[in-house]
Design a protein around this ligand. Structure first.
Ligand SMILES: CC(C)(COP(=O)(O)OP(=O)(O)OC[C@H]1O[C@@H](n2cnc3c(N)ncnc32)[C@H](O)[C@@H]1OP(=O)(O)O)[C@@H](O)C(=O)NCCC(=O)NCCS
Length: 220
């Protein structure tokens, strides 16, 4: 699949700091100056919605090169029926190993495990470029919305059916976990970041791309 020999394995406690550093390297300055994803991973592991069975890494030459994590979330229909789903993310690949198939390998590996665990839908908020090749579609195509009442369909809200037809066309409201709420605390993120080597915050064009994706809504 790529020129490196690699293994896909569960994350272990010994990997935690290395995985957090990898997330920091992968996301640094990508969406905003700096990033919060290393802190996000750190707090996620203790949250009741975290799914440890799907916490995987790719190891290359003894180094953690990529990581994927999932949390439980739910959909509700207009009658109030609930459907358990998974939210994928963060998915992080060290910059020097990006675009070599590691992200793809982690997604496909964990999709299969998630299917065996009985999940049939994975949702994430992200740049569609990274996910459409994995079979993700716009939330609008599956009638999965954010909010209440009419709801709305963010362009970055992406839905993957692990079993075709799992969403059966009815209108669904997406309720993500509150797992990422502590990441709004800038002091907590900055305090955690001090555990890592200094790194310069800067503007880069991907931040504007993120703004556009994350503020866009599909309306027809
Ligand atoms: C986004 C990310 C997880 C993707 O993982 P990756 O290992 O780099 O990507 P892969 O090599 O597995 O490629 C996945 C898809 O990206 C696209 N892709 C691959 N190489 C590409 C390139 N050179 N240019 C544009 N798109 C490319 C393709 O759609 C590819 O799927 P395909 O091989 O079936 O065609 C990784 O680059 C990363 O960590 N980026 C920084 C953090 C981030 O953005 N995380 C996702 C948050 S939404």
């Amino acid at each position: 699949m790529n020129k490196y020999d690699y293994i896909i394995r569960k994350e272990t406690e010994k990997d935690y700091l290395e995985t957090e550093n990898l997330a920091r390297e992968a996301f640094w300055n990508l969406s905003t100056p700096g990033c919060f994803e290393h802190y996000f991973i750190h707090i996620m592991r203790d949250h009741p919605d975290f799914v440890p069975e799907l916490d995987y890494v790719i190891e290359v030459n003894g180094r953690v090169a990529a990581n994927i994590m999932y949390c439980k979330a739910k959909l509700t229909d207009e009658q109030g029926n609930e459907k358990p789903v998974l939210t994928m993310g963060p998915l992080s690949v060290l910059p020097e190993y990006q675009r070599m198939g590691f992200g793809k390998a982690l997604l496909e590996h964990t999709f299969e495990l998630a299917r065996k665990m009985g999940y049939d839908v994975v949702i994430n908020f992200g740049n569609p470029d990274n996910y459409v090749a994995r079979g993700y579609k716009s939330c609008k195509k599956y009638n999965v919305c954010f909010g209440e009442g009419e709801g709305f369909y963010p362009a970055a809200l992406l839905v993957k059916e692990l079993n075709e037809g799992a969403l059966d066309g009815r209108k669904w409201f997406y309720h993500p976990s509150d797992v990422d709420h502590p990441c709004d605390d800038e002091n907590a993120v900055a305090g955690f970041d001090k555990l890592f080597p200094p790194k310069e915050k800067a503007w880069q064009p991907s931040q504007e791309e993120f703004y556009i994706h994350s503020h866009s809504v599909i309306s027809w």
